[in-house]
Design a protein. Structure first.
Length: 202
């Protein structure tokens, strides 16, 4: 099978280039006040006020210097319908304030990102925990290709649907390999390799 060339890169915002505090979101979940606090965050223009993640400028410089089409693809976090426009506006203002002048797509919820999937596309996202839904989707998209998934060995965050290492391995029929270096957090990471044909999908 011919090797597929990446022609489009979709770049997420929260947790990738904009510093959304995941511990804060986790606390909202624990307190049982997720929606109440999320709406307060939006009302205070929280997305517009986020800091830029250290080092993300180097990622942007690299992507912008390539010949690959770059598009921002970020989720609004699935707020009530009347809050979506406010989130989209805040994120657009954040991009403008940080000099990021590329096309931007703000979808209602993270699952909507799959609408932009393609064999020539790469999504750079921060997903803390891979849900079974996402894994099943990946497996269907790349049924005839090799799947490589990098993730933290913890795979347990209360603010997302978590999936343990063995469940990931079972869903995509993969062996588990533990990586020894993780520059993001102080724990081992797992590499899941799906034994298939020559092409690689990430």
């Amino acid at each position: 099978m011919d090797k597929v060339q990446i022609k489009r890169v979709f770049l997420d915002m929260d947790g990738v280039i904009s510093d959304l505090d995941m511990d804060m979101i986790n606390d909202w979940k624990k307190e049982g006040k997720w929606l109440e606090n999320f709406l307060k965050f939006i009302d205070s223009d929280g997305f517009e006020k986020l800091k830029m993640i250290d080092g993300s400028d180097m990622l942007l410089d690299y992507l912008l210097s390539s010949n690959i089409k770059l598009t921002i693809l970020s989720s609004a976090g699935n707020p009530p319908a009347n809050y979506y426009k406010s989130v989209a506006t805040q994120k657009s203002k954040w991009l403008k304030e940080h000099g990021i002048n590329v096309p931007a797509i703000i979808v209602q919820k993270k699952e909507d990102k799959q609408l932009y999937a393609g064999s020539d596309a790469l999504l750079i996202d921060e997903g803390q925990a891979l849900s079974t839904y996402s894994l099943d989707t990946f497996k269907n998209w790349f049924a005839q290709k090799r799947i490589i998934i990098f993730c933290d060995s913890t795979q347990s965050f209360n603010f997302e649907d978590s999936t343990d290492s063995q469940e990931i391995a079972n869903i995509i029929d993969a062996e588990v390999y533990t990586l020894t270096i993780n520059l993001r957090i102080s724990c081992n990471s797992n590499l899941f390799l799906h034994p298939c044909i020559n092409s690689i999908a990430t």
